[in-house]
Design a protein around this ligand. Structure first.
Ligand SMILES: Nc1ncnc2c1ncn2[C@@H]1O[C@H](COP(=O)(O)OP(=O)(O)OP(=O)(O)O)[C@@H](O)[C@H]1O
Ligand SMILES: [Mg+2]
Length: 356
């Protein structure tokens, strides 16, 4: 990768450059944020002439004149979603929320080892892969068609269950109600598709995250029952509201839940855990979607957010790119922890006023 390191301390800058080069990266250095901006502009021009462009910026927070946060804001304005890792010192935690709002990809607290830095860089690679594919995502229609698959899957689940209970009128009535809800969902998706491009401000609303997650689980309740999956909710904290796009957030969590359901097809233990935690200090909320499924092999973790990447016979590979887009639109970050044979945790963190 081509990495630009920004640090006003010369010795620290040289150490980082040496370390990263020893791991096979191309590294450029800048002693100030202004220097970094100039370098990024030059690199964009060079790239237009087929030169290499910067893939990642590793910047110190604390710098005279213009700090790392101001540099991050400038990068978001001029270079879109170029991945940024911010180096912070102990006690600078308060800046994290501001940096998250400006879509900082990752943080690393000083002092750190080269191995810890390499881990953060590996994570940032997910953003790089996604950026490389944003062109493919520009046509949102396949995404919407994919969203229709979620309620359809729920309808199939309810219908299958109804077949098994054909002589129980009460149970069938309940299942039909589920089918109607899922059908209404398809109607809402097609409406959204028809109004695509006419984004209005009222798309942002106050969203009670617990209610939203309950609705998502509810949509798949028949399927969960059919597959023998137990749902464990840990919504023990206070009520958390986000100001955001309810439709988008629902689609994102439904995709994560459906992937979790798929992952437990052949595992003996089938538990779907959903946990919400609010962090008062950083005014952020974290949502974990955890399964006891097949897990994701290490070498695939970087690929799963790439559009059209799928390991499923009938998969489209558009579920996680939708999740990634919605999370980014809400200035959030998403992390994956997975162990083959044990399960996977998708952890999403949003600033509470992510839609403002
Ligand atoms: N919870 C999970 N456990 C194990 N593997 C997962 C999990 N979530 C995603 N994956 C892997 O990531 C791949 C991409 O997921 P994504 O949701 O983008 O597409 P898909 O699920 O394959 O297709 P579709 O969403 O259209 O059904 C999956 O094929 C699967 O290999
Ligand atoms: Mg999926």
């Amino acid at each position: 990768m081509n990495i630009l390191v920004v640090d006003d301390e010369k010795v620290q800058l040289e150490t980082l450059k040496r370390g990263l080069r020893s791991k096979g990266h191309e590294v450029a250095g800048a002693l100030s944020a202004k220097d970094a901006i100039r370098h990024l502009e030059d690199s964009t021009l060079r790239h237009l002439k087929n030169g290499a462009k910067i893939d990642l910026v590793l910047t110190d927070y604390s710098m005279p004149e213009m700090n790392g946060l101001e540099l991050l804001k400038r990068i978001r304005k001029d270079h879109g979603s170029l991945p940024v890792i911010m180096m912070t010192a102990y006690g600078e935690k308060d800046l994290i929320i501001d940096a998250l709002r400006n879509r900082c990809d990752s943080f690393i607290e000083k002092p750190f080892t080269l191995d810890q830095l390499m881990q953060e860089i590996e994570r940032a690679k997910i953003s790089i892969l996604e950026n490389a594919n944003t062109d493919q995502l520009s046509d949102l229609i396949p995404e919407f068609l994919h969203q229709i698959n979620n309620p359809l899957t729920s309808i199939i689940g309810s219908a299958e269950l109804a077949m098994l209970k054909s002589n129980n009128a009460e149970a069938i009535k309940k299942l039909l109600t589920g089918i109607m809800t899922a059908t209404e969902e398809i109607q809402a998706i097609s409406k959204e598709l028809l109004t695509l491009g006419q984004t209005t401000k009222d798309e942002i609303e106050k969203v009670d995250i617990m209610v939203l997650l309950d609705d998502c689980i509810d949509m798949f309740k028949d399927l969960l029952l059919l597959k023998g999956i137990t749902v464990e909710k840990d919504f023990s904290g206070r009520d958390v509201c986000l100001s955001g796009n309810k439709f988008g957030l629902e689609q994102a969590f439904k995709n994560l839940i459906l992937n979790a359901i798929d992952s437990m097809e052949d595992t003996p233990e089938k538990i779907l855990k959903i946990k919400v935690t609010a962090d008062e200090k950083t005014s952020s909320v974290s949502i974990h979607v955890e399964d006891t499924g097949c897990g994701i092999p290490k070498e695939l973790v970087d690929k799963i957010f790439t559009p059209y990447f799928t390991k499923k016979k009938d998969g489209t590979g558009l579920g996680l790119p939708v999740v990634k887009r919605v999370v980014a639109e809400h200035k959030g970050v998403i992390r994956v922890h997975s162990q083959v044979g044990k399960g996977t945790i998708f952890r999403v963190r949003f600033p509470e006023n992510c839609g403002s």
